[in-house]
Every structure is written in structure tokens, then in C-alpha cells.
Design a protein around this ligand. Sequence first.
Ligand code: HEC
Ligand code: HEC
Length: 215
Amino acid sequence: MKKRPGALLTLGLAASVGIAQAASAGDPQKGAEVANLCVACHQADGSGMNIAGGESWPRLAGLDANYLAKQLHDIKSGVRQSPTMMPFVAMLDDQKIADVSAYYSQMPATPAKGGEQATDAALKRGQQLAEQGDWSDYIVSCKSCHGPGNHGAGGNFPGIASQHAGYIEAQLKAWKAGTRKNDPQDLMGSIARRMSDDDIHAVAAWLATQSPAAR
Ligand code: HEC
Ligand code: HEC
């Protein structure tokens, strides 16, 4: 191999760009075109929407690219069931999934809705579950997996702070009922089954009032 400093520098840059692309495994620019299919629900800024009493659209902005891609593959294969999402994921091949996941992951996280109406008591209980857990119910704190501030940890543990309350609540109830079971080792199922509906409501409301991850 030739040892010119310039060539080495180029090589080094190419290598680090290569690693960055492998991690997100997608092209955000191409993902922006794919996202035209998604804006009606997930919005142009990726903020989604809290729909009280209905099926909320999750915020995608700022979530980890590998996590987003996993969910899209899971929904496409039917491991995670979403009749609403199905027609849209059916239009995506593996490359488009990688591209659109990269696109949403690099958008700044946006504030969530749905915690505004919660009582002080519910918010206090929600904070306790999220930050300390409750040993009397064998509930581990959310942040022990979802990372500091519940802002997410790598591609396996998504950020849940500043996600819409309606969406968090629906997902926890889906795990409790066994209709979402795409998580490794049933980690979420075993937690959700130990939570009362009041606890689910409380933690969802508190998480929705938290500031989006600083990115
Ligand atoms: C008609 C509304 C609608 C459209 C259009 C739509 N989605 Fe969704 N999306 C939803 C809903 C509702 C959910 C929550 C499903 C559930 O309850 O499990 C969801 C969930 C997701 C999730 C899982 C998020 C998470 O945090 O686990 C991803 C990723 C996603 N959508 C990406 C997309 C992409 C990419 C497109 C465009 C190709 C798209 N969606 C188009 C309504 C929509
Ligand atoms: C033992 C680890 C662990 C703990 C503790 C944990 N989670 Fe999770 N959680 C996960 C994993 C893993 C996933 C991703 C599942 C997947 O791949 O679909 C997840 C996903 C979620 C999601 C779905 C996010 C989305 O965008 O769809 C929600 C909501 C959630 N967790 C809420 C909670 C709450 C609330 C608590 C605390 C009461 C909690 N989790 C505690 C491991 C954990």
C-alpha cells in the first residue's frame, strides 16, 4: 500500500464515513422521498400526533435508525401487528426501510402531547415508575433499560421520553394483552403484565411531559 499522508487521510475519512453509513445502513436523502408516503400521519417534522381515545401516531423524529428499521421489518413480516401501517410497509423493500429509518433518525426529537390532563398524583407515580421502578410490584425502572432520561440506549432500547402518551399507553396495553410481542426475551411483556391500567396511564403521561432528547 502506498504511504502518502494525503491518501491515508482520505482512507481514514472514507473508513469513518463507511462506519457511520453501516450503523444507519441507509441514505437519509433517499429516505426523504420515501417519507412522502408517511407524512400524512407521522408529519413532515416526524412529530406524529397524540390522538386522545384513538390510535396515536408515534413520533419517529430522533429515534434510533436500527430501532426504526427493526419495527418496520417486524410490521412487514406480521410479528408486530398494525393494520394501519401494513399497506405502507408493504411498499418498502429493505433499502427503502433503511433509507427512511436513517431519515427520521437524524431529525431533532419533538415534544410530545397527552400528559397535560394528568393529575399531580398520576405524574408523581409515573415518575416513580420511570426513574425508580416499584419493587413491591417487581417493576424495574424504565430508565434501567431505556437509558438516562429514558432518551434511549442504542438500537435495542428506544427513547420513550417525549413520546405521545396515547401511543405509550396503547403499546403497554398491547404487550399486556399479548398483541405486541416482537421484543427480545419478552422484556416488555413481562413488565407490562405487572402494571395496572392506572400505572400504565401514569407512566405514559409522565413520559409525555418530559423534554425531548438533546441531540
Ligand atoms: C395512516 C397513518 C400512517 C401512515 C401513512 C404511516 N404510519 Fe407509521 N404508524 C402509524 C401508526 C398508527 C403506528 C402505531 C402502530 C401500533 O399501534 O403499533 C405507526 C407506527 C410506526 C412505526 C413504529 C414506531 C415505533 O416507535 O415503534 C414506524 C417505524 C413507522 N410507523 C414508520 C412509518 C413509515 C416509514 C411510513 C411511511 C412509509 C409510515 N409509518 C406511514 C400510522 C401511519
Ligand atoms: C428490561 C428492559 C426494559 C425495561 C425495564 C423497560 N423496557 Fe420498554 N422496551 C424494552 C425493549 C427491548 C423495547 C423494544 C422492543 C422492540 O424491539 O420492539 C422496549 C420498548 C418499549 C416501548 C415501545 C416504544 C416504541 O417506540 O414503540 C415502550 C412504550 C416502552 N418500552 C415503555 C416502557 C416503560 C413505560 C417502562 C417502565 C415501566 C419500560 N418500557 C421498561 C425493554 C425494557
